[in-house]
Design a protein around this ligand. Structure first.
Ligand SMILES: C[S@@+](CC[C@H](N)C(=O)[O-])C[C@H]1O[C@@H](n2cnc3c(N)ncnc32)[C@H](O)[C@@H]1O
Length: 252
């Protein structure tokens, strides 16, 4: 039997949303993965590097999947709950996790790293990435691409035509080149997201805080109820994300 609206809201509104693990959504929402397998490629590159930095590591869950780290391995994180979690997870494996606000220069010297990785950074500072890379070094990353979860965004906020192009791979490539990097690979895929109950939507919006800025259950109760009815009627709510794979090199 379908669970009641208020019951689903209450449960999702009180769930912990720190870390960057989405297993709470297992069986309640799905998100298609890009075809290129970022984690596998990241692990292979880390195993071959002598020094590396993972920018905005979150709770460290993605980086921790690597079987082997370079002799010098650092990660940055800005959000205190994630910083603590990443340190617990990665510290015992010799990774130095450094507190670094997203808007400030990276706390490392010029040319410090052979490899810089990042998955889903909230902000991308190409000038800083180029600065900390050693000559001949590589930036390898998966970014959140344009119009991600826009069906959800526009359900709650109404049409957002100007925001659609934000994070377009052509614009990001131009910014990388302007910072002095040569883009050697850029790929973008559009992927299916599906939510099977309103609690899954609430959990997602509380965790991915950029989707509907300032989201609260009370503030969006009517829009949540309309979405709940849609899910009851159709069986799910379908949205789409996009992901961009970047490989950029600093000239030797
Ligand atoms: C989207 S997360 C990606 C983390 C990690 N690289 C990964 O792919 O799993 C990027 C940044 O957003 C930050 N972040 C996530 N939730 C946040 C929140 N509620 N408030 C502030 N920053 C948050 C993370 O701590 C991290 O630095």
């Amino acid at each position: 039997m379908a669970r009641a609206f208020d019951d689903l809201l209450g449960e999702a509104d009180s769930a912990a949303v720190d870390g960057w693990d989405f297993s709470w959504l297992d069986g309640r929402a799905t998100e298609q993965r890009p075809s290129w397998g970022y984690q596998r490629s990241m692990s292979r590159r880390l195993a071959a590097a002598s020094s590396a930095l993972d920018v905005q590591t979150g709770g460290g869950e993605v980086l921790a999947e690597a079987a082997r780290f370079p002799p010098a391995m650092a990660a940055t994180e800005s959000w205190p709950p994630n910083l603590a979690q990443a340190t617990r997870l990665l510290g015992p494996r010799g990774v130095v996790v450094v507190a670094a606000p997203d808007q400030r220069p990276l706390p490392f010297a010029d040319a410090a790293f052979e490899l810089v990785t990042s998955r889903h950074p909230a902000t991308v500072r190409w000038g800083e990435i180029a600065r900390v890379l050693a000559p001949g070094g590589t930036y390898f990353a998966q970014h959140v691409g344009p119009a991600t979860a826009f069906e959800l965004v526009e359900h709650f906020l109404g049409p957002q035509p100007e925001a659609r192009r934000k994070r377009h791979p052509d614009d990001e490539s131009a910014e990388a080149e302007a910072a002095g990097l040569a883009v050697v690979d850029v790929r973008c895929e559009r992927l299916r997201m599906e939510f099977f109950d309103i609690g899954a939507v609430v959990y997602f919006l509380r965790k991915v805080i950029w989707t509907v800025p300032g989201f609260t259950v009370e503030g969006y109760r009517d829009a949540l109820h309309a979405l709940h009815q849609h899910i009851e009627r159709e069986g799910s709510f379908v949205a789409h994300s996009s992901r961009t794979l970047f490989e950029a090199r600093k000239p030797a």
